[in-house]
Ligand binder design. Structure first.
Ligand SMILES: *[C@@H]1O[C@H](CO)[C@@H](O)[C@H](O)[C@H]1NC(C)=O
Ligand SMILES: *[C@@H]1O[C@H](CO)[C@@H](O)[C@H](O)[C@H]1NC(C)=O
Ligand SMILES: *[C@@H]1O[C@H](CO)[C@@H](O)[C@H](O)[C@H]1NC(C)=O
Ligand SMILES: *[C@@H]1O[C@H](CO)[C@@H](O)[C@H](O)[C@H]1NC(C)=O
Ligand SMILES: *[C@@H]1O[C@H](CO)[C@@H](O)[C@H](O)[C@H]1NC(C)=O
Ligand SMILES: *[C@@H]1O[C@H](CO)[C@@H](O)[C@H](O)[C@H]1NC(C)=O
Ligand SMILES: *[C@@H]1O[C@H](CO)[C@@H](O)[C@H](O)[C@H]1NC(C)=O
Ligand SMILES: *[C@@H]1O[C@H](CO)[C@@H](O)[C@H](O)[C@H]1NC(C)=O
Length: 478
């Protein structure tokens, strides 16, 4: 009896101790993750062409078709392929104006065209510069060539060599690149293949300082020191790298790409399970490490493109799985950059990408990321997440049934049943109050309807959920 009592006491003491993680303003001055569209999913899956009729020989047209359909203030992120394989007279990576942007005349004219619609353009870069530009002099440091500052102890990869980071000339080169991008109107950089993290064989082991040099260049050159810097992929979270990303980047990719390859659909539930598991690990690294408590997380997660805009045949995930993806990307406070075919959004796709109430939740989670609390936050087919509560007593709760582990989910169980996912308020760290519950999204199946007030609770939140299904609640302390 004594033991039971003390265990009960311990449980409530632990509940009161659930640490509430929060995001801070990022290195380049952003208080919320980016929203937008990125081209990679459709680039990697050109068999989609048959069903949609895009002309993959005319990328500017494809970019324009998709990005013109975005709301104002969204980013149009152009992936690999926008630039030339040889730099300009100063070895700067520049747009393929004569090819990719020939209808507009230049990338600059394309960004101006997008800006008229309020859309911001992003481009894709890799660490280092093109090895073929070794003889070019550095703008602002004309006594040096790129060859003087290349690290030639490593092999060229993706046509590039890394720099001797920190040497004179390296910052000047990054400044010159950002000066070019600012002149072109670019407002977002996806810096890909950064290491440690990206695990393509042969990559230089450590290009993390490229994030430092781009950040410094952004501070030196960009208007108000503001261009978003997104790092990809699967970035290390060991010291000193995590600290370096936090100090220089606005978001980091937590996982490998989630796109299908050469397919007629964009993604699959197996890889989405993996991406959600990668976020679980990421947020636990913040919440379970007491030395990180009380300090805002400065770098937000990039969970890869949110492929929820199209019907199942094109998205590659079912409608309940599309809900689950959107719910988890929003709950994480991750970049909300879709890779869907914007020209074929269905009604659910519009709901999942643009619904006002869900975007209001996204505004909340852009400050308060969700953390997993069932089973102590361990991998689990059934999970309950909470974001907040904030000082006003607002919180967001997500319940999920990930369905059978398709191989990369981390939880390893395989039930296809509809299951009751039950989250006692003490497990969520919010016992002792009553909470008004609004179901923002019910998941389209067993989870119930969208946009409904469902009452007040003082003991638990629970829902039946089928495989792959999630529900998103916004709750308010009474
Ligand atoms: C950019 O657009 C302007 C205005 O439409 C046009 O005059 C100019 O020729 C274009 N630039 C190029 C390089 O085509
Ligand atoms: C740089 O110039 C030297 C001397 O002219 C030449 O041998 C070398 O091939 C050039 N390198 C590149 C990458 O163009
Ligand atoms: C460069 O490539 C060669 C040939 O594949 C290989 O033997 C060597 O180990 C590589 N060097 C580095 C630093 O990776
Ligand atoms: C995404 O596409 C790229 C390019 O085709 C491919 O290398 C990568 O393996 C794809 N990702 C997955 C999970 O298939
Ligand atoms: C894409 O798949 C088709 C068959 O579905 C195949 O013929 C083609 O070689 C593949 N392309 C690439 C780049 O893998
Ligand atoms: C906990 O966080 C601190 C501060 O960021 C870091 O130095 C340390 O390596 C982290 N510990 C673990 C086990 O990750
Ligand atoms: C989210 O926040 C932004 C910036 O504060 C604001 O402009 C927007 O109206 C908010 N959106 C919703 C749906 O509340
Ligand atoms: C569930 O299925 C996956 C994929 O088939 C398999 O790797 C895993 O071992 C299974 N787990 C259990 C507990 O049966």
């Amino acid at each position: 009896m004594k033991t039971l009592l003390s265990l009960a006491f311990l449980a409530s003491a632990l509940a009161a101790d659930v640490y509430v993680p929060f995001y801070d303003t990022s290195a380049n001055g952003y208080a919320a993750p980016a929203r937008g569209w990125n081209s990679f999913g459709i680039q990697a899956n050109q068999p989609l062409q048959g069903s949609v009729g895009w002309d993959f020989n005319d990328w500017q047209c494809v970019f324009d078709q998709h990005c013109s359909l975005l709301p104002p203030d969204y980013y149009c992120s152009l992936d690999s392929g926008w630039s030339n394989d040889g730099g300009d007279a100063h070895g700067r990576i520049v747009a393929n104006d004569a090819g990719v942007f020939n209808t507009y005349g230049s990338l600059k004219n394309f960004t101006a065209h997008m800006k008229e619609k309020g859309i911001k353009v992003g481009v894709y870069l890799l660490p280092g510069a093109l090895s073929g530009d070794a003889n070019m002099t550095i703008e602002g440091k004309e006594d040096l060539t790129l060859g003087d500052i290349f690290d030639t102890n490593v092999n060229e990869t993706n046509l590039r060599l890394p720099f001797l980071w920190g040497q004179p000339g390296v910052q000047e080169w990054h400044d010159s690149e950002v000066r070019y991008l600012v002149d072109q109107g670019v407002e977002f950089i996806k810096l890909d293949f950064v290491t440690p993290g990206s695990d393509q064989p042969g990559l230089p082991a450590d290009t993390s300082m490229s994030a430092f040099h781009y950040h410094t260049a952004i501070q030196n050159i960009a208007p108000d020191g503001k261009i978003r810097l997104d790092l990809s992929w699967h970035l290390s979270r060991e010291s000193p790298y995590f600290e370096r990303w936090q100090a220089n980047a606005d978001s980091i990719r937590l996982d490998d790409d989630i796109n299908n390859s050469n397919s007629t659909s964009l993604t699959s539930w197996k890889t989405v399970q993996r991406a959600i598991e990668a976020y679980r690990v990421f947020i636990n690294q913040q919440t379970l490490n007491a030395t990180r408590h009380g300090v805002g997380i400065r770098v937000r997660p990039d969970m890869d493109n949110l492929y929820v805009g199209n019907a199942q045949q094109m998205s590659g995930v079912s409608d309940v799985e599309r809900y689950s993806m959107a719910i988890h990307w929003i709950g994480a406070g991750a970049n909300l950059i879709t890779g869907s075919d914007m020209t074929h959004l269905d009604d659910l796709g519009k709901e999942l990408l643009f619904n006002d109430e869900a975007m209001d939740v996204a505004n909340f989670t852009s400050q308060w990321p969700m953390q997993p609390l069932l089973n102590g936050g361990a991998p689990s087919q059934l999970q309950a997440w909470i974001a907040g509560p904030n000082e006003k007593g607002t919180a967001v709760v997500v319940l999920a049934n990930y369905g059978p582990d398709l191989g990369d989910g981390g939880f390893g169980t395989n039930s296809s049943d509809v299951q009751l996912v039950s989250a006692p308020l003490d497990v969520l760290g919010i016992a002792g109050s009553s909470w008004a519950v609004r179901r923002v999204w019910g998941g389209g199946g067993s989870g119930g309807g969208d946009h409904e007030d469902i009452g007040v609770t003082s003991d638990k939140l629970e829902s039946n959920l089928g495989p792959g299904e999630s529900v998103l609640y916004k709750i308010q302390r009474q």
